[in-house]
Ligand binder design. Structure first.
Ligand code: ZN
Length: 336
């Protein structure tokens, strides 16, 4: 328990448990299960944020997420019964017990949300995964729990999203008529890339597995983008010149043996925006997370009483907390 910024002398309930549950207020467990907490919140549909969701569905009173996150969860095989399901649009607070919860947009994958929990004595929040610009900082918090996937200067990318997209499109245009271009990434990122390619007028046929396409259709519906020519990949030998294949990262090992050009989307590529890794393979440095300096920018603007860095989902949380204290003069720690 931490001292209250507003000087009321009360204690501020915000912490991260050993299983990655972000505990906000007295009622909410976010992005992992916690017995005894009546309300489970899911910030977005990535697997490191849906931990223990089946337990939460069985044992908690309510599950809260944005409408689009619920659609994604369905495609991913989670069933949340109607009586427990609370679809909460952005900026529509609801009261539960003596606390008020509100979801705020986060730019990460479709449906991603930040979470604010408020009571008369405290106001606490969690960014979830995010990138900037596009993620409004949560202000006036006693405690901010922050995602810091790239939480140290040695993980700093030196280019912007649009530069990475430009590099990807150049690789597609240079290679697509010699054979299919295979693009590897995780759910969320693949759908975002599909929509970004279409928005930029890239009209090649796109093939992907049924789940990737189902998620893309949900995202396209919410963003009002036409997915164009898109087909389920029933046989990996099918794609040919003029085709783009979007494939989950776990398929990469088996698909890279196939003819064509192979592109891996990864925020961990720090050498350049696009790096050739073989005769027909590339890394494109594209991430769904803020860079180190963007994390600092966010915290500077949010100006919370205190920061807790999520050490469950990032590897350098201790370092991140030290940098926040030294560079911003904001009290910071990390958990678990
Ligand atoms: Zn995520």
């Amino acid at each position: 328990m931490l001292a209250n910024k507003r000087g009321s002398g009360g204690h501020v309930p915000a912490s991260i448990s050993d299983n990655g549950a972000i505990l906000l207020g007295s009622n909410f467990t976010v992005d992992s299960h916690c017995d005894g907490r009546p309300v489970r919140v899911v910030t977005h549909a990535h697997s490191d944020h849906t931990k223990g969701l089946r337990s939460s569905v069985r044992r908690s009173l309510f599950v809260i997420a944005t409408p689009i996150t619920f659609r994604f969860l369905e495609v991913l095989g989670y069933k949340v019964p109607g009586e427990k399901r609370v679809e909460l649009p952005y900026y529509k607070p609801i009261n539960i017990d003596s606390e008020r919860i509100m979801l705020v947009p986060a730019r990460h994958i479709p449906g991603s949300a930040q979470v604010v929990v408020e009571a008369p004595d405290y106001r606490v929040g969690y960014t979830g995964d995010f990138k900037v610009p596009g993620t409004p900082p949560l202000r006036d918090l006693d405690v901010l729990v922050v995602d810091a996937t790239y939480g140290s200067p040695r993980l700093q990318r030196r280019w912007k999203d649009w530069e990475a997209l430009e590099a990807l499109i150049a690789i597609i245009e240079d290679n697509v008529w010699e054979g299919p271009v295979w693009i590897y990434g995780y759910h969320g990122k693949l759908q975002e890339i599909l929509l970004e390619l279409r928005k930029r007028g890239v009209e090649y046929r796109i093939m992907a597995d049924a789940r990737t396409i189902a998620l893309a259709s949900v995202a396209a519906e919410y963003e009002r983008v036409d997915t164009g020519r898109i087909e389920v990949l029933t046989d990996p030998l099918l794609p040919g010149p003029g085709d783009i294949v979007l494939a989950h990262m776990r398929r990469r090992r088996s698909y890279t043996r196939l003819p064509g050009t192979h592109v891996t989307l990864t925020g961990w590529e720090l050498r350049a925006v696009a790096v050739r890794t073989g005769p027909k393979s590339y890394n494109v440095s594209y991430s769904d997370h803020a860079t180190f300096s963007e994390i600092l920018d966010y915290i500077r603007e949010a100006n919370p009483g205190m920061v807790i860095v999520d050490g469950y989902r990032s590897s350098e949380a201790m370092l991140t907390a030290k940098y926040i204290e030294r560079l911003l003069g904001v009290k910071a720690t990390y958990m678990p």
